[in-house]
Design a protein around this ligand. Structure first.
Ligand code: FAD
Length: 301
């Protein structure tokens, strides 16, 4: 591996890996750096792909435990094997991320694991999780670092009881009650998965509607479908805090009408963003509170 390239791509998500492959196909000598151990970024590792694997599997579960019997298809007793469902999701992710590693090899793209920092024009320092940093040089640098979950003030995530979408993709048991903070598509997808698997799901949304970047008529229809699945909604409501105790997680809420600020969503990096939301509120990131006995503390609502 040389350390001087035509192009250094920072970030191996859909923004970065596609650019790296195309640049290599056009004759550039390319290296791609990502702090993750696997390629594919948020989308393949903890985003689009695992969420769709869980949506698909949970939909099938909900179908055989519900509407199939109504049309005369009886399948006997159905048991959820959550461990296997999660393992299947992990396999889908693993197969696809390996596919990108194969494409990198095929297109002679070097891949470096570590956190990249642009030191100066044409110079990138890569710090691996352990060991010494290396310096890469190139004529051009492409930054495609995506987005990260944005913390909510007053809500500390521990990826166990209070989780981001990443934690919500890997819960080892079906929560009794799951509160999704933010009614954007990511939160709704996760809520839908766990509702289909048996959790009571409540969505708390700052605005008076869900999925605010979608057409309002579609949003209304979407909410009706989710309600039919058993999800409940608290609209025009702001989460101001979360207290974790042995008994559960208690959320403090206030009316959005009296709240002074909007909920933060996702911090956006360059390249494609995880939610591409300019409006920083609903559901793009947020926090998912996983409960034993859940309590929504109404505050001023
Ligand atoms: C649960 C969930 C479901 C989603 N579902 C969909 C969907 O169905 N359809 C859809 O279109 N989109 C979906 N998205 C959004 C989608 O994942 C993003 O739009 C997409 O991943 C953005 O691609 P990207 O390449 O810009 O960034 P990312 O995929 O976030 O990749 C950026 C990469 O950069 C790396 N990185 C960051 N900083 C550094 C650094 N300093 N050094 C080295 N590496 C660094 C990160 O580790 C990461 O791997 C979903 C997101 C989530 C969270």
């Amino acid at each position: 591996m040389t350390d001087t390239y035509d192009l250094i791509v920072i970030g191996a998500g859909p923004g970065g890996y596609v650019a790296a492959i195309r640049a290599a196909q056009l004759g550039m000598n390319v290296v791609c750096v990502d702090k993750r151990e696997t390629l594919g970024g948020t989308c393949l590792n903890v985003g689009c792909i695992p969420s769709k694997a869980m949506l698909s599997a949970s939909e099938k579960f909900a179908e055989v435990t519900g509407p199939l019997a109504d049309i005369g298809v009886e399948v006997g007793s159905v048991k959820l094997n959550l461990k296997q469902m999660l393992a299947n999701k992990d396999k889908v992710v693993s197969d696809l991320t390996k596919g990108i590693a194969f494409l990198f090899k095929k297109n002679k793209i070097d891949w470096v694991v570590g956190a990249a920092t642009v030191k100066s024009a044409g110079e990138v320092v890569v710090k691996p999780a352990s060991g010494a940093a290396t310096t890469l040089k190139a004529g051009r640098i492409l930054i495609a670092t995506g987005s990260e979950s944005m913390p909510l003030p007053g809500v500390e995530t521990d990826e166990k009881r209070v989780v981001t979408s990443t934690g919500a993709l890997a819960l080892a048991t079906v929560p009794k009650h799951l509160v999704v903070v933010g009614g954007g598509y990511i939160g709704l997808e996760m809520g839908s998965v766990w509702a289909r698997l048996g959790a009571e799901v409540t969505v708390v949304e700052f605005l008076d509607r869900i999925v605010p970047t979608m057409d309002n008529e579609i949003a209304k229809r979407f909410m009706a479908i989710l309600r039919k699945q058993g999800m409940t909604f608290k609209l025009s409501t702001k989460v101001t805090g979360a207290k974790v105790s042995r008994a559960g997680v208690k959320l403090a809420l206030e009316s959005a009408k009296t709240a002074k600020t909007r909920n933060p969503g996702r911090r956006c990096g360059a390249g494609l963003d995880r939610s591409a939301s300019l409006y920083p509120g609903p559901g793009a990131g947020g926090a998912w509170c996983r409960h034993g006995p859940a309590r929504l503390h109404p505050g001023r609502c």
